[in-house]
Design a protein around this ligand. Structure first.
Ligand code: PLP
Length: 364
């Protein structure tokens, strides 16, 4: 075993030829990417008509979300350019990833978070990875505005998705899907918050299509939470609200790119309610064994709402043809948000430490 081959599965090592890196780029990696594409028979049955549904489980990245794909690129490039500190605004997962990769690189990390609106697991990560955490009295959009202002005058690299290297890293998820399926899927469904990820996937799909590694392009379908749906309503939402904190964003940074992705691919944008999100989250865990955070469940809620046998009548989405292959990205791990998950915990039945007592209980 050599120490270099130990790290030859990270996003940069695997997809170097398709990324803006050179031999001079120090590779800061935690072996992110190569997440499983899981075939989901019960979700496929909901869609019916011979369609197959696959879930790209991005919660299995090193810090528990897809943000690691972009962060290995952003931090590696920041180090190449000599940065000693990075900063980001975050709804939680960007800060977890930035903090981890900065720690790995040995540089400082500053994160601006909307006070009181960060899932507990993500907050714990930012602290554990040793970043400097500042909770601001405002929402994510305010935090991002401040990060832009600070980046203009201070020698600190911005690692939000306005940093183009983030999307470059994130596009590798589309490469992996094409590699696993042997071609691009017909439909790709994902949650949309700041709208960088859907833009990145579309870039990845188009790049592999252009060099002949895929014969088709998927329809890109984005879901926003009903209370935070600026793209769907085509206007800035001043006070976005949703239980899905990772997509609680009223003025997405990649608005134009995401709109182009959905339009040019023949896809659409739609909304799901918090109730639909939470019910899809619980359903996916208990029927497919995949536990994701609320924002991630927006794609599953969307699939159930618009692609099922009893699809909603107001559905803006194109009808899904028979036999389609559908990929849903689930963006983050369920343990990120223990507060939301613990609301699902019912009354715990206690029993004597006795076999008979337990079997009696189970029989009732
Ligand atoms: C960041 C994030 C999103 C939203 O991705 P965008 O690129 O901001 O649209 C969705 N789900 C999770 C878990 C995230 O961390």
């Amino acid at each position: 075993m050599s120490l270099t081959t130990l790290h030859d599965r990270g996003v940069i090592a695997r997809w170097r030829a398709h990324l803006p890196v050179s031999e001079k780029t120090p590779v800061i990696s935690l072996n992110e990417g190569s997440t499983p594409l899981i075939h989901t028979p019960r979700l496929s049955a909901i869609v019916g008509r011979g369609c197959e549904v696959f879930v790209k489980y991005e919660g299995l990245n090193p810090t528990g979300s897809f943000k690691d794909r972009g962060m290995t690129m952003a931090i590696s490039k920041a180090c190449e350019q000599g940065a000693k500190a990075v900063i980001c605004a975050s709804t939680g997962n960007t800060s977890a990833a930035a903090a981890a990769y900065a720690a790995r690189a040995g540089i400082a990390c500053i994160v601006l978070l909307p006070a009181g609106k960060i899932a507990l697991g993500k907050l714990a990560q930012a602290f554990m990875y040793g970043s400097k955490v500042v909770a601001i009295e405002g929402n994510f959009d305010d935090a991002l505005r401040l990060v832009r202002e600070i980046g203009e005058t201070e020698p600190i690299a911005i690692v939000n998705s306005i940093n183009p290297f983030r999307l470059e890293g994130q596009k590798t998820a589309a490469f992996e899907i094409i590699e696993t399926l042997g071609d691009a899927p017909d439909v790709h469904i994902m949650p949309v918050g700041n709208a960088g990820n859907i833009s990145a996937y579309w870039m990845g799909y188009r790049e592999f299509h252009a060099i002949g590694r895929a014969t088709r392009l998927p329809k890109m379908i984005g879901y926003q939470a009903a209370g935070s749906a600026p793209i769907y309503h085509n206007r800035i939402v001043e006070k976005p609200e949703t239980v899905a904190t990772a997509i609680r964003i009223g003025n997405p940074a990649s608005w134009e790119k995401a709109t182009a992705a959905m339009r040019d691919s023949g896809g659409a944008v739609d909304i799901v309610t918090d109730e639909q999100i939470l019910s899809a989250q619980a359903w996916l865990a208990s029927h497919e064994g995949i536990f994701v955070e609320p924002a991630s469940a927006a794609s599953i809620a969307g699939l159930m709402k618009c692609c099922g046998q009893d699809r909603c009548t107001t559905c803006p989405l194109p009808a899904i043809p028979e036999g389609s292959r559908i990929v849903c990205t689930v963006t983050g791990h369920g343990l990120k948000d223990p507060d939301v998950a613990s609301k699902q915990i019912g009354n715990i039945t206690t029993a004597k430490a006795d076999k008979r007592a337990i079997l009696d209980l189970l029989a009732t």
